[in-house]
Design a protein around this ligand. Sequence first.
Ligand code: LIP
Length: 289
Amino acid sequence: MTDSSSPTSTTPDLGELRDLAVALAVEAGAFVAARPAELHVGTKSSPTDIVTIMDQRSEALLRERLRASRPQDAVFGEEAGASSGSSGLTWVIDPIDGTVNYLYGIPEYAVSVALVEGDPGTPGAWRPLVGAVCAPELGVVIHAAVGGGCAQRQIERGNDVRGTDVGVRVRADVSLDQALVATGFSYGVQERREEARLVAEVLPRVRDIRRGGSAALDLCNVARGRLDGYFESSVNPWDIAAGMLCVAEASGKVGGYGRGTILDPGIVAAAPHVHDDLADLVGWLTSEK
Ligand code: LIP
């Protein structure tokens, strides 16, 4: 009988899977950074919720690579939805997170690749195992694995994944009124009105607010100490799966609004003390509406 602690053919090797997530995020990052003259912009849930041909081509590239290297796994992507698998594991991918930034030539966009166990379509029913976020025009990939810490690696050229990993941690805990906090907004008009009211109440209670335009990079900036905290209610599993693991593995804390479940609604990520105060604040403010 196999010892439950001993590796089996079905026990995923998190080190190999982490390397695969990094390689895929970096390759797709280099691909989208080589932007064509015409992006063929379309819209999705609203006139400002855009998708470019490079979102679609990047996801197609990621799916092709995953079919070749991990055919037994499911895939859950922003543009092409869910495909089934037999392993109980799902690759959750955002082919370009920060699409509006990408459209405007603002370099704060990223490719996010995560492998999760459980059902990513149900809040609270999944957890990331490995994840990588590559911001090609910033020349960096940030990655993590459960129990393996979080690191960032400078990308020297294009899709060259070689480079030295430097471990990262969240900033030292501060009081909420000293915290630099990021957030983001949905594409729906009514949701934006509610999010504007929320951020108006948070702003006087923190050091300052930043709105970067990419949840994946906001989470990575919490993980590497460039933000004290992040909250948002209008994101999806593909926006956050890799970045939330980076925060957790950088000694941060990730949860929902109040003491709620992640994405039911919203996500809060920060160093532990900031997280609890920020989660309580946004939870109380959204319950007051
Ligand atoms: C974006 C998120 C961001 C949010 C934006 C947008 P997209 O994802 O990463 O946090 O504030 O409105 O939803 O649409 O660029 O993949």
